[in-house]
Design a protein around this ligand. Structure first.
Ligand SMILES: Nc1ncnc2c1ncn2[C@@H]1O[C@H](COP(=O)(O)OP(=O)(O)OP(=O)(O)O)[C@@H](O)[C@H]1O
Length: 357
């Protein structure tokens, strides 16, 4: 975890390509020893920002301070920063240890020191026994670890990773997410990772920045962002969310069916304003004591997911069925059929309120 010393301060940075504003006046601080994720949909400017940090793209305006020094005038090769691409770009004719040693040899480092550093990295990535193999004799996950070792052996202040797990299959991907986190912790170097996969960002990052249209929509810990998304877009982007439309009245929301939805806070909205009440599917339940909110409905579809059953329930709250995740242990092996009557319960503390737009 970070100790909240600022390592990198991005100040009002922009990159305009002709008339397209890829990054547009973005400011952000990244801490020492932090695992930071830039998350956003395609075209939101993540890669452009990363490339500016690496020195592969010159900002139209703004500053990038690393250890209080402006990096913008500094050539990519002179920055204490390393960028790892999705295609690991290992040298196919070289062994694992030669691949890791390459950057240090280019610096003409003394042989014994190179050997020591390579050995250290091999231990960290747990591939000591495969030091003599060539990349084509390794699995995808092992190749990935070699690429990481190669990027880390020169001990950059900052490691930038652009969709590093994009090429891996789902199972290996989740293994490598944990492995990357472990590695980052062990080497104590700040990682900035670009991903469009919200689950990946939640699992790996100490903090996440959600980017939208070249700017920062929200920045916070995974829990802050999941529990308190800034607006409807962020709520929809991270995890799943039900949105029930209505208008504010006092400290409640009145749905179009006139039914009252209790909320903890109307989030600054005034009486009569058009809003949505937002509730995550796993925070709704078929059995919940003392829940302030409930609604009857009919099962529209039911899908078995192993850990839980995902129900889509038609209610008076609108055309779109409400999604509910029902843990298997709470229903046993009792199947649901379309048309079954159910009642959904949820607490007001789990209900957020956003503008309806
Ligand atoms: N070299 C370029 N010339 C012109 N426009 C560009 C260039 N690079 C990026 N853009 C534009 O800038 C915007 C942001 O692109 P960027 O690649 O940074 O987004 P991204 O969030 O990384 O998307 P993805 O997840 O698809 O890679 C896009 O509209 C893109 O078309």
């Amino acid at each position: 975890m970070n100790n909240e010393n600022t390592l990198l301060s991005i100040q009002n940075i922009s990159k305009h390509f002709n008339d397209s504003k890829a990054v547009d006046g973005l400011s952000l601080d990244i801490y020492e020893n932090e695992f930071f994720a830039l998350l956003g949909s395609s075209g939101s400017g993540k890669t452009t920002l990363l490339r500016m940090l690496a020195g592969l793209e010159t900002p139209t305006e703004g500053q990038i301070l690393l250890d209080d020094k402006d990096m913008v005038p500094v050539h990519a090769s002179k920055r204490p920063v390393n960028l790892m691409f999705q295609s690991y770009a290992l040298f196919p004719h070289m062994s694992v240890e030669q691949n890791i040693a390459y950057g240090l040899e280019m610096e003409r480092m003394e042989r014994s020191l190179i050997d020591k550093k390579v050995q250290e990295m091999l231990e960290i990535i747990q591939l000591e026994k495969m030091a003599k193999r060539r990349p084509d004799q390794l699995s995808g996950g092992q190749r990935q670890r070699v690429a990481l070792a190669r990027a880390l052996v020169k001990k950059p202040r900052l490691l930038l990773l652009d969709e590093p797990l994009g090429a891996l299959d789902k199972k290996l991907r989740s293994e490598m997410q944990l492995e990357l986190k472990r590695l980052q912790h062990e080497v104590g170097i700040t990682f900035v990772i670009v991903t469009h996969d919200q689950e990946e960002a939640l699992v790996m990052a100490d903090r996440i920045a959600i980017m939208r249209d070249g700017n920062l929509l929200q920045c916070g810990t995974p829990q802050e962002i999941y529990e308190h998304p800034k607006d409807r877009f962020a709520a929809d982007f991270i995890g799943e969310m039900n949105f029930l439309p209505g208008v504010v009245q006092g400290d409640s929301i009145i749905a179009s069916s006139k039914r009252k939805i209790s909320v903890m806070s109307t989030n600054g909205f005034e009486d009569g304003e058009s809003v949505v009440a937002a509730i995550r599917p796993e925070r709704m339940s078929l059995f919940l004591e003392n829940a302030e909110n409930s609604i009857e409905g009919k099962v529209h579809t039911s899908a078995y997911h192993g850990m839980d059953i995902l129900l889509h329930v038609s209610t008076e709250f609108g055309e779109k069925p409400i999604s509910v995740r029902v843990p298997i242990h709470s229903v046993g092996d009792k199947p649901f059929k379309a048309g079954d009557s159910v009642t959904l319960y949820w607490y007001e503390k789990d209900t957020r309120v956003f503008a309806n737009k």
